[in-house]
Design a protein around this ligand. Structure first.
Ligand code: HXC
Length: 517
């Protein structure tokens, strides 16, 4: 028996209708504005010919408000699986040309079944969000649909990496799906994300605000911290997804894609000396140090515009994937504040969930002093860092570059927080507090009696640094694995990392810890 030409033609016609989304005019209008469609995004993400769509013929189930008989192609979302750089990935892409990509019951069902498949098959999940939100005509069915999506986001959390690309409107409760994922990439133009928009804010508070003030990509990347990567446009957003995926395992039972170099290079790098300022109170540019320690151009900074007093990101060292957490003395002297603590703690937990070793670079004067921080809950926020590091069982390598004072010494993964290796440069200063503060407390009387208080203070501070804060004092008590020549930092990290890739640390089972939130 052969299949009839009529059946084949019918199948092709139905498929063509689904592919056409909201129709040629709407697609052309988007392209005229420089925007991609849902299918353009998937085509750019996946290797050619590898995308397998599911649910192409799904229809909406709404019988209200004139929706009966109306067809919405694919119910406004394209879903399926494909290959990215040779590795399987699941994706959903909301189609704004179809009822503004609004979410109804079947739309949600398609998203949920794709997420379930990602979980079952252990592959990362990418979601392009471009939607007018809950489909108004579907009422509670739409709300329930969101509930199912959020629930799946939570079930997948820590099982497979989840990446959201916000490339259109993402309003109201809809914004909680990206927020429940691991990373949010947001495009500068066309995208807005908020819980309550300008109209509601005006109605409730009487205050006029702009859409950009409450929900632009720049605002979220630099102020609210909701967005991890700013993308110039759709093309850039897809490039960021691919780059990010290149550091990540497919799921939590795999290691990240380490490709250790066949020949270890254990040479010194004296060029690093030039990056260390003469005085300990002169700021050091930690990004320049990171660039020198990791493989050329391999540092992918996460949250680059948010809480810039700490720098986090993914990189490779001699081909091995690491998550880097580093104080940035060039911003707020590198002091830890609430946002920096949140940023670092979340990144550390992501790395631990996906077996990515942690490299921590320390140059921190302490937690930021001030009433705003205390009242804002710096105790609660700072505790997240302690919790995140102490509960992480991945290899943890810490290098103390210069200052490591007080609680921030511990919050930056000291030996007590479970670091496997702690190295210190000879420039390291490790103590309960900085020299100036300490001598004011210890030598108050001497300073008062001195003819030249400033000169006396400088002399005592120098003594304090040499005696109390010297890395050899810490090393003498076994708190530091070794004091190293800064030129040997990369070689030392590479060697330690290689040895710790087989690390297995088993903790007693529990439901979950209670991280201070
Ligand atoms: C059904 C919708 C829709 C929606 C838009 N459309 N939003 N249909 N439900 N939520 C339809 C329009 O009627 C129109 O249909 C087509 O999509 C394109 O919309 P336009 O308004 O013409 O497009 P544009 O001018 O680009 O404006 C896009 C927009 C705007 C900014 C997204 O449509 C808008 O503000 N929509 C409402 C957004 C909203 O308030 N959503 C609910 C949020 S609350 P035709 O047939 O004319 O082409 C929410 C709660 C979630 O989501 C709670 C989860 C817990």
């Amino acid at each position: 028996m052969t299949i009839s030409a009529k059946l084949l033609a019918d199948m092709q016609a139905r498929r063509a209708t689904a592919m056409a989304g909201g129709g040629d005019d709407k697609i052309k209008a988007r392209h005229a504005k420089g925007l991609w469609t849902a299918r353009d995004r998937l085509a750019a993400l996946f290797q050619e010919g590898t995308f397998q769509e599911t649910g192409t013929h799904v229809r909406h189930s709404c019988r209200n408000f004139g929706m009966e008989g109306k067809d919405l192609a694919g119910d406004g979302v394209v879903v399926g699986t494909g290959y990215v750089d040779g590795r399987p990935v699941a994706a959903i892409s909301q189609d704004f040309t179809v009822a503004a990509g609004s979410l109804g019951k079947m739309h949600a069902q398609k998203i949920v079944s794709t997420m379930q498949a990602a979980g079952r098959m252990g592959m990362p999940m990418v979601a392009f969000k471009d939607s007018g939100g809950a489909r108004i005509q579907e009422g509670v069915d739409a709300l329930s649909g969101y509930g199912h999506v959020f629930y799946q986001n939570v079930l997948l959390s820590g099982v497979v990496p989840q990446i959201a690309v916000v490339c259109g409107p993402c309003a109201g409760g809809a914004a909680y799906s990206p927020a429940l994922m691991d990373f949010i990439i947001m495009t500068r133009s066309n995208a807005h994300m908020f819980i309550t928009g300008p109209e509601v804010i005006k109605a409730v508070t009487g205050k006029a605000v702009t859409m950009d003030q409450v929900g632009s990509a720049e605002m979220h990347a630099s102020v609210s911290g909701n967005v991890h990567f700013l993308a110039e446009d759709d093309q850039h957003a897809v490039e960021l997804v691919r780059r990010l995926l290149s550091y990540l395992p497919a799921n939590n039972s795999e290691d990240p894609p380490h490709r250790p170099w066949a020949d270890m290079s254990l040479l010194g790098d004296e060029g690093l000396y030039d990056l260390i300022p003469e005085q300990s109170n002169q700021p050091l540019e930690v990004r320049a140090i990171i660039a020198r320690l990791v493989d050329d151009g391999s540092f992918l900074e996460v949250h680059a515009d948010f809480a810039q007093n700490i720098v986090v990101g993914l990189a490779r060292i001699e081909g091995m994937v690491v998550g880097v957490v580093a104080n940035q003395p060039a911003v707020r002297a590198g002091a830890l504040d609430m946002d920096a603590a949140d940023k670092a703690a979340r990144f550390v937990r992501f790395c631990n969930a996906f077996n990515i070793p942690l490299l921590t670079l320390v140059d921190v004067p302490g937690f930021l002093p001030g009433i705003e921080q205390e009242r804002g809950g710096i105790i609660r926020h700072g505790a997240k860092m302690l919790f995140a590091y102490a509960s992480s069982t991945v290899p943890k390598i810490t290098v103390i570059l210069r200052k490591a004072y007080g609680g921030s010494y511990l919050a930056m993964c000291s030996q007590e927080m479970g670091a496997d290796f702690v190295f210190a440069w000879p420039t390291a200063e490790i103590a309960v507090m900085g020299a100036e503060g300490a001598i004011n407390i210890l030598y108050n009387k001497e300073l008062k009696a001195a003819d030249d208080r400033r000169a006396k203070a400088a002399e005592l501070a120098a003594d304090y640094r040499a005696e109390f804060a010297s890395p050899y004092m810490s090393a003498g008590q076994g708190y530091i694995s070794e004091v190293i020549d800064p030129a040997m930092t990369r070689a030392t990290i590479a060697l330690s990392l290689r040895k710790s890739l087989s690390k297995r640390e088993v903790r007693p089972p529990k439901k979950h810890g209670n991280i201070p939130l």
